[in-house]
Design a protein around this ligand. Structure first.
Ligand code: ADP
Ligand code: MG
Length: 455
């Protein structure tokens, strides 16, 4: 495995534990410059990011490297020369359709430039229909995306796809963009995560480029907005998005949206946006079933030119059940591990590597997570879901919410109810807090790891 794929694998893992925003901000433009037994050198795009990596993420990085079979004596951080960054941007097979884009120019120096830069991802051409495995759980979403790619703006507008984390939403909606581009290279496809949309909108206001911003989005032939739930609570941005939506819809331009829940369950989304989102087609996407996961594992291994024995495929597909990104992460870890140690991938190696984390039960419930969390912190379930707000109870409660979210992908209102809270914003806040904290608080991370192992 070369350094690039090793780093890909490490980043894939790190991404799982961080919010999208955090991950993009701190890790997007990092690189692995050198690996040997003595030293690993990691490149960061600027001093600001370098410091954050050293201060906040050093432990996470060294742990994740170790999981991937790399345990050097020390880890060094270096600032990447600007030229290497630019070259890399051109090298990456990413179709950028954000030209004519507003916001601060990327040539501003220092931190702003790299931050803005890292928020701007266009379509990634690795996401295609061809390499998407269709099976129960995703076939409806696949069919709708195919239909939209054939005739954008005609049938399902907007196309709204919702479902849990890591099940292929981004892959599918980007595949639509790539397919339309393959047919018509002049098509103006704008792909944006809602976090990026919010960021650009705020920048546009700050730098007084509102009209550029509006013009850019309104001139799209196809607008793909990913993870729209992050627009929740941002009223001004929602208003701007509402107008963009109307302009495009009236002009019969295709709009594709993904989210973690159905429109009506997105907290603090204005009613008029909810109703717009329900106009077209809403599709509930599920995690693929066991057979489909097996095919996915095989396909991903074959992409590395590796054939896996059948019992290993089944082990992996059973080991990670509801998150394909995690499944890929486990596979990459295994491949890296085997390459470093010159082993043939096998179920035995997988058990040795992931062994003590037994297969998770198929029907894990929120209640079980609450019970295990209470037990870990020596609390009773009644205390954990009760009215008390002492710090010793509040933090475990927040951790329970976080684990329910990451394991079961339950909606915020439901999570709040499981923990005896009336207000779903408590759940949003708690989950966000823990997902940030676990990046740099080893105690929180240890608790989460220990509880998950018991599940
Ligand atoms: P989401 O946006 O739902 O969180 P992603 O689209 O980012 O999930 O998918 C996570 C990873 O899993 C991606 O690398 C994607 O290519 C892969 N993946 C998910 N579903 C499939 C599938 N059915 N076939 C092939 N790869 C898949
Ligand atoms: Mg996604």
């Amino acid at each position: 495995m070369d350094t690039a794929s090793l780093w890909q694998s490490v980043l894939g893992e790190i991404e799982l534990g961080l919010s999208q925003g955090n991950f993009v901000t701190w890790f997007k433009n990092t690189r692995l410059l050198k690996v040997d037994d003595e030293v690993v050198v990691i490149g960061a795009p600027n001093i600001f990011i370098k410091q954050q990596l050293e201060r906040k993420f050093a432990e996470l990085i060294s742990e994740t490297l170790e999981k991937n079979g790399v345990k050097p004596e020390r880890i060094e951080y270096k600032i990447l020369p600007a030229s290497s960054l630019h070259r890399k941007v051109e090298d990456t097979p990413v179709v950028m359709h954000n030209n004519g884009h507003s916001g601060p120019s990327t040539s501003t120096s220092g931190t702003t430039s790299s931050l803005t830069h890292s928020y701007r991802q266009g379509l990634n051409e690795k996401y295609t229909f061809e390499n998407f495995v269709v099976g129960s759980g995703n076939e409806l979403a696949y069919a709708a995306c195919q239909a939209v790619a054939q005739k954008p703006g005609v049938k399902y507008n907007p196309l709204f796809i919702y479902g849990g984390v890591g099940i292929g939403k981004t892959h599918l909606i980007q595949a639509v963009g790539n397919e339309i581009l393959a047919r018509n290279k002049n098509a103006r496809i704008v792909y944006v995560s809602s976090e990026q949309f919010v960021q650009e909108f705020l920048d546009a206001i700050r730098y007084k480029k509102n009209t550029d911003f509006a013009g850019h989005y309104r001139s799209a032939d196809v607008l793909i907005i990913d993870d729209v739930q992050f627009i929740a609570g941002k009223e001004k941005t929602q208003e701007e998005f509402f107008h963009t939506f109307n302009a495009l819809h009236q002009a019969n331009k295709q709009i594709i949206i993904s989210s973690d829940t159905r429109p009506k369950d997105i907290p603090t989304l204005t009613d008029r946006l909810k109703s717009r989102f329900e106009w077209g087609m809403n599709i509930d996407m599920q995690s693929p079933d066991f057979e489909t996961r097996c095919v996915i594992v095989q396909a991903k291994a074959q992409a590395h030119n590796i054939n896996l024995p059948h019992d290993l495929v089944e082990y992996l597909a059973g080991f990670v059940q509801n998150n394909i990104r995690e499944l890929e992460g486990a596979l990459n870890q295994l491949i890296a591990f085997c390459e470093m140690r010159h082993l043939e991938p096998s179920a035995e190696v997988a058990v040795a590597l992931f062994g003590n984390q037994k297969n998770r039960p198929r029907h894990l419930t929120a209640r079980q997570i609450v019970e295990k969390t209470a037990k870990y912190f020596h609390l009773s379930v009644d205390e954990l879901i009760g009215p008390k707000r002492d710090k010793e109870i509040v933090v475990p409660r927040q951790i329970a919410m976080y684990i329910i979210r990451s394991e079961l992908h339950m909606s915020f209102p439901k999570i709040a109810r499981e923990l005896g809270r009336k207000d779903h914003t408590t759940a949003i806040h708690s989950i966000d807090k823990i997902s940030k904290e676990q990046a740099f608080d080893p105690e929180v991370r240890a608790a989460i790891g220990a509880i998950k192992e018991k599940l």
